[in-house]
Structures are given as C-alpha cells and as structure tokens.
Design a protein around this ligand. Structure first.
Ligand code: ZN
Length: 383
C-alpha cells in the first residue's frame, strides 16, 4: 500500500469507514481461537493485503490452526511469544514465508532464519504501510496489544492482564470500532488478590512445586513468594534464564515499581535440588521441560505439595494429577477479568466485540456484559 492510499485511510477514518476506492471490504477472518480455547490465528484483509495475527499451537500439543487454502500472506504479526500464539511457525512455508513482525524481545525467542521486522513495544509503527499502535500487554516479556488504523479502528489485544505485579500494562487509548479481545476467563471476575489468598497457606508450609510457564506467570508467582518472606525459592534453568533477562534485556516489559524486588529475586533463587522450599519449573502442564521429570518423580510421593495455576489441557500430567487428587488447581490470573474486558471495550468505544480464547457456550453471558456493543464469535467481520 502506497502513501497515497494510507492518506485515503486516514481521511476516511475521521468520518467513518475508510476504504480504498474499488477495493474489497476490509475484513477480519477468525481462523482459530474464537469459540474455543485454541491456537490464536486471525487474518486481516485490507487494501489487497493480508496480515495474519499470531500463529499458535495448542494449548494441547500438536493442535494447529487450519491454514489450508489461505495461500500466500503478506505479513505475520505476533502479539507475544507464548506457544499458543507463535507455536505454529512451522506452517509459514504453506503461507509463502511472509515477513514476521515482532517486538525485539519476542523476536529474540523466535527460530533463526525468519525474515523478522520490528514492532515497537509501545508507540506507533507500521506494518505494510498500515499505521499500528502498540502497548505492553501486562502478560509476557515483549508482549503487546495492537491497534490498527483500519476502518474506524481495530484493536487486537492478544493475551493481556491489568493485574500483573511484574509485567507492565499500558491501556489502549485509541478508539476502535472493532475489538478482538482476549476473554480466556470468560465471565470469571475474581481479583488476583484472591488468587494469592488461596496460595498463601502454602507459603507457610513446606515444600511446594509449581509447574509454570517460565516466560509468563512463573517469575511473577516467585516474586510474590519472595515478597511474602520466602527466600528458599528454587527454579529450573528456564525460569532462571527468564529472570536474568527480565533484569536486563527484557526490562522494558517490567513494571517500574518492582525493579529492586526483581533483582533481589534473581540473586536469591537457587537450582532445584530435591523436594524443598518453593520450587517453580516449566512447563506449566508438566508435559515437557524440567517439571516433567519432577512430576514423574513425585507423583506417588507425599511431598512436595503440587499446585497448577493455569489452563489445564486434557491428557496432560496436570490434568492427570489434578484428577487423581495428587495436585491442586489454584488459578493465578494472567488474563483479564470480565470487568477488565468490559471496561476496555467501553474505553475504546468498541461497537463490535469478538471475545477470543473462550468457549462458545459463554457467548450469551458475554453479550450481556458487553452490551450495548454487539458481541459475535462468527467471522468474517467487516472492519
Ligand atoms: Zn499468553
């Protein structure tokens, strides 16, 4: 898209729908991630260009978006580096190997050999000549939400949270008529303080294993235990690496008010060595990483206590140990509460809300919550 066409977008944006003359309507296609907790994958079609937003895998291993028939794309835009948003990069060849737009922090974790182009972690940039505004998503290192200057504004939140004690969150400020919003928790509405209240009794007892994502809630939960006064915090190599990065190269994603605590945590943690203290290890579901052999070792032992804190995919060690009663599930919020999602939709004056990453059975309750905005889980949606 040339500059003159971008000008046409902007002029149109003030009065209503912006659309290049004689072009197809701007649309959003919901490839995967709406109507169920599945891999994120969406396609924006505008001015003859096609941008994919995220290309994930899972949560259950091996579950990929169906990209058959999509053909070559012009760009892939990534919101953050979690597997259910970037784990489908093996499909890029089927999509014509388009350039991949990501923040510097996310790009560092991507496979080598991709044609990567930068996105700001906060501020305004462009993708294929389309103006894109981003802000930190309060959810993961390098993670962002994205606002596109298409039509009367389009916001894609990726995963986000307003409550993180570790990751910084910048509220979107530009209006967006269409908002594709992470609603992973559907109508769940409890504050993160209640999550800690449920976990706190474990801080007074001994040994505890928390299988966690290293580049998500893991460092955050570790930080909370340190603040409580536990200095016997043990982590696996993946968590240790992420903690060090958060103190150095990834500091742009960290809240300004926790700098000292985070540095204290990074020098306090020790490698996991037997069942003692507060132990945190990836992966979150125990299917891979350091938590897998630890769970195998301790599944039939009485100690340590084991607590899972995130989405529980079927047929994973997490699922099995919770069902058997050996482990507990206590959620740690890393996605928005319903009130957060509704407040966001209102603040950006969304006319249409597409709730992502939750089950279609929640559509009615979400439609009531977001009213008078229209709520849909069916695409394509005109932008
Ligand atoms: Zn995520």
């Amino acid at each position: 898209m040339g500059l003159s066409m971008l000008g046409a977008f902007r002029r149109g944006g003030r009065t209503g729908r912006a659309r290049p003359v004689s072009a197809a309507p701007d649309t959003l296609r919901l490839i995967s991630g709406v109507g169920h907790k599945g891999p994120a994958c969406f396609v924006v079609e505008t001015a003859g260009r096609r941008l994919m937003l995220d290309l994930g895998e899972g949560p259950p291993p091996g579950v990929l978006p169906d990209v058959e028939g999509l053909g070559p794309l012009d760009a892939l835009v990534l919101s953050h580096g979690h597997k259910d948003h970037v784990g489908g990069l093996s499909l890029l060849a089927k999509l014509g190997n388009p350039p991949v737009y990501a923040t510097e922090i996310v790009a560092r974790g991507l496979p080598k050999g991709l044609s990567v182009r930068p996105l700001p972690i906060g501020g305004t940039g462009e993708v294929l000549g389309i103006e894109v505004t981003t802000g930190r998503n309060g959810h993961a290192p390098g993670g962002i939400w994205l606002h596109f200057a298409i039509g009367a504004g389009f916001l894609y939140t990726g995963d986000w949270s307003t409550e993180s004690i570790l990751y910084a969150y910048d509220p979107p400020t530009k209006t967006a008529a269409i908002a594709l919003i992470d609603c992973s928790y559907a109508d769940y509405d409890r504050p993160i303080g209640e999550c800690w209240s449920a976990l706190e009794p474990f801080a007074e007892r001994g040994p505890l294993l928390l299988p966690v994502p290293a580049n998500g809630r893991g460092p955050e939960i570790a930080l909370q235990f340190l603040r409580y006064g536990r200095t016997d915090v043990y982590v696996d190599d993946a968590m240790n690496r992420v903690l060090r990065q958060l103190c150095t190269t990834d500091m742009a994603s960290v809240r300004a008010d926790i700098d000292d605590d985070l540095k204290a945590l990074a020098v306090t943690v020790k490698p996991i060595d037997g069942a003692r203290g507060i132990m945190l290890a990836a992966s979150a579901d125990g299917a891979s990483g350091a938590s897998k052999p630890l769970l195998e070792r301790w599944e039939h032992a009485s100690e340590p206590a084991i607590v899972f804190t995130g989405y529980r995919a079927p047929d994973t060690p997490a699922d099995r140990l919770i069902k058997s009663g050996r482990a507990q599930f206590l959620r740690w919020n890393v996605h928005p509460r319903l009130a957060d999602a509704v407040a966001l939709a209102q603040s950006i004056k969304a006319k249409t809300v597409i709730p992502a990453f939750c089950d279609r059975s929640r559509l009615d309750v979400l439609a009531q919550a977001f009213a008078p905005a229209r709520v849909t889980m069916d695409g394509p949606v005109n932008l």
